[in-house]
Design a protein around this ligand. Structure first.
Ligand code: ASP
Length: 310
């Protein structure tokens, strides 16, 4: 394949490394897949004969299955490595596992792992393209791309938008990747949450500790899951108090613009960070739309990276 895309890298590791043009490249290329995914028969030959590995060392439903659907719709062979049954349990190091898989000549390795920066390390020792599908609290670039695609489809632009990202910012790779990408695309970002869940290092955003001021004039309210698996000490008040102060319900949503939309990367803790009824209200919630866009953007990512590698 000829290198026809303006994104030239064969890996997708950090939103930080992407330019506005790169992000737009992924968004534009996914348009054809949004249309394609509405067809009855969903099978292409674009990546026929290509081998893709899903290597998930942390739980996942949406991301893992959406990469699998994306790869299969493009005609590739996808192998899900069950970490539970892998030699990691016999003491093999992660990098040894990656080198082993690399020797089978894969085209793409999709990696989710609790260690920050691990995808970058892997990308330096393998020939395959590497996609970071979430490394600890650090980054999750394809989530931010699918969120941007969802926003683009709904609003048509980024420049005039004010977006509130709310909740457990401290442990959220989704927040970090979205702040990077959405601010590069020109949106204004408010970050909203209790002091204990907002890192000091955060940049390019306005910070609020209450929903009323944080949601004012916002077009989108993006809620985040409390990352219970990463919270080691006492950052969070009990769930009932948290919901009262920071859980999104219709009343708090009314602090934002009149027709503001709600987003959430999933999985949701219903009645903790979001009211169940609101999450399911398709007149206000883009949550299902995000999942749909996830497949299209991941098809574009696989096509672009493999093309660049060739
Ligand atoms: N699914 C997203 C992630 O893997 C969000 C979450 O788990 O809360 O980061």
């Amino acid at each position: 394949m000829k290198n026809k895309f303006c994104y030239k890298n064969k890996h997708l590791i950090e939103s930080k490394e992407l330019t506005k043009k790169d992000i737009e490249c992924f968004l534009n290329e996914s348009e054809k897949y949004i249309k394609f995914n509405k067809k009855k028969l969903k099978k292409l030959n674009t990546l026929k004969g290509r081998t893709i590995f899903n290597l998930f060392f942390e739980d996942s439903t949406r991301t893992r299955t959406s990469f699998e659907v994306a790869a299969k719709r493009l005609g590739a062979d996808l192998i899900n490595v069950s970490v539970k049954d892998s030699s990691i349990n016999k003491g093999e190091t992660l990098l040894d596992t990656m080198t082993t898989i690399n020797s089978m000549s894969p085209d793409v390795l999709i990696v989710r792992h609790p260690e920050e920066g691990i995808s970058k390390k892997i990308s330096k020792i393998v020939n395959a393209c590497v996609i970071n599908a979430g490394d600890g609290s650090y980054e999750h670039p394809t989530q931010a791309l699918l969120d941007a695609l969802t926003i683009k489809k709904r609003f048509g632009e980024f420049k005039k938008l004010k977006i509130a990202i709310c909740g457990d910012i401290l442990h959220s790779r989704v927040a970090r990747s979205n702040i990077e990408m959405l601010s590069k695309l020109g949106s204004k970002i408010n970050v909203v949450g209790p002091k204990s869940l907002i890192p000091n290092s955060i940049k390019k955003v306005n910070i609020f500790n209450d929903m009323k001021s944080g949601l004012k004039n916002c077009d989108i309210v993006m809620m985040l899951r409390i990352q219970k698996e990463r919270i080691i000490t006492k950052h969070v008040p009990n769930e009932k108090i948290y919901f009262e102060k920071y859980g999104l319900d219709y009343k708090k949503l009314s602090y934002a613009k009149k027709n503001a939309f709600v987003m959430h990367p999933g999985p949701m803790n219903r009645e903790v960070e979001i009211e169940s009824k609101l999450a399911d209200d398709i007149t206000r919630s883009l949550i299902q739309e995000q999942v749909t866009m996830g497949v299209a953007i991941r098809m574009a990512c696989l096509e672009i990276l493999i093309n660049n590698r060739d």
